[in-house]
Design a protein around this ligand. Structure first.
Ligand code: ATP
Length: 368
């Protein structure tokens, strides 16, 4: 490791802080990306995602911290000297220029020679699947087509870094899903290192090599989609990506054994469980799809008796709300996602008693 990350890192952001007056929008953010990687910056509205992207682009001057690209400190460089392609949420095309001219705009700015521009534009139109549509104006194109033009325009200058700020959020669901895979395939083919901002967890899970999760200006976790989903570092990450049941007032009894009222749960799930001391209060989390209904077995370990309080139809599955008595009149609610076929086969209904099983390796432990 060097001061600014691994030598092999393509981009590294080091202790990036951005203040707007007294308000800290980004607080000491450090991360790096490899060449050709697709990184998603994910978080709720106002958490600082766009500010991260703008700082990398050179549109926002950091209060402190450094941004290094290919070993070169670019923190003080203007956007024009950073070799980045940017696509924003709103298509931001010039309405009075055709698709072709929009794409050619950056090329012509860079080089006075018009030679070669035409060929490059034709190639880019083909790349984004708009061959033959170059002479249309933005108003004559659908939202998805306009965003493809914006993408072609960003890529026209062959940027080393592609920055996408919620490029799909203005599009309808079907187009969005199609463009997701188109952008990802294109990015892989061109091998351009890409950072995309999104507030859509599904978009991040399906597109990213790695996801960076920001909560109120702080980087809370960075990992592959599988890592952040299976091992969410904090309760915030756990409930922001997918859903998670939390059971509070849990105490560690001994290594691997936790007490919830009169119940004893066996938990073997990595560091979270080992870090806490015996007797310490903790909170545990289990995803609804990991709650097994008794018919799934479990040999009596982590078996809890619940009462079905509600059943909600969700198409391929049902979400069951289950009341779990903790002690005395105290109870907690656990959601379980059960395939529809199984709910029908077992004849599950409201007010039924239902034993459930919590798999030892699917329970997360968090500080109370
Ligand atoms: N120029 C500015 N002046 C003052 N405050 C700003 C400025 N730009 C951003 N902020 C504030 O910084 C915080 C982070 O803004 P940012 O746009 O990065 O959030 P975001 O995560 O991209 O949100 P969204 O998903 O809603 O676009 C917000 O609270 C915002 O109000």
């Amino acid at each position: 490791m060097t001061q600014h990350g691994e030598i092999s890192d393509y981009l590294s952001v080091h202790q990036l802080t951005k203040k707007f007056g007294k308000f800290t929008a980004l607080d000491d953010i450090s991360f790096s990306t490899k060449l050709g990687e697709f990184l998603c910056v994910l978080g709720p509205s106002g958490c600082g995602k766009t500010t991260v992207l703008r700082a990398i682009a050179g549109l926002e001057k950091p209060t402190s911290g450094t941004i290094v690209v290919e070993g070169r400190d670019v923190t003080q460089l203007p956007v024009s000297r950073r070799n980045v392609g940017i696509v924003f949420q709103s298509y931001a095309l010039f309405p009075n220029l055709t698709a072709e001219d929009n794409i050619a705009y950056g090329l012509k700015q860079r080089s006075k020679k018009a030679k070669g521009v035409e060929g490059r534009v034709t190639e880019l139109l083909e790349t984004v699947g708009l061959s033959g549509m170059g002479n249309k104006y933005p108003a004559q194109l659908s939202g998805g087509q306009q965003q493809r033009v914006a993408l072609a325009r960003a890529m026209a200058i062959s940027p080393h870094l592609l920055l996408l700020d919620e490029p799909l959020s203005a599009l309808d669901a079907k187009v969005r899903i199609r463009l997701r895979s188109e952008i990802r395939q294109l990015q892989k083919r061109l091998g351009v290192t890409t950072i995309m901002v999104t507030h859509d967890q599904e978009e991040a899970l399906t597109m990213a090599d790695r996801i960076l999760i920001i909560d109120r200006g702080k980087l809370v976790q960075m990992g592959t989609p599988g890592e952040v989903y299976d091992k969410p570092a904090t309760p915030f990450v756990a409930s922001f990506i997918g859903s998670m049941n939390f059971i509070t007032k849990v105490r560690k009894m001994e290594d691997g054994i936790f007490g919830v009222g009169e119940h004893r749960l066996k938990i073997s799930n990595g560091r979270g469980a080992r870090r806490v001391q015996n007797g310490e209060p903790v909170m545990i989390g289990v995803r609804p799809e990991d709650v097994m209904i008794q018919a799934d077995g479990g040999d009596g370990i982590n078996t809890l008796n619940t009462l079905v309080s509600a059943i909600e139809y969700r198409g391929s599955l049902f979400r069951l709300s289950l009341n779990l008595p903790i002690s005395g009149n105290d109870y907690t609610t656990i959601d379980a996602d059960v395939p529809s076929e199984k709910v029908r086969r077992l004849g599950l209904q409201e007010n039924m008693h239902l034993p459930i099983h919590l798999p030892v390796d699917r329970i997360r432990v968090y500080a109370a």
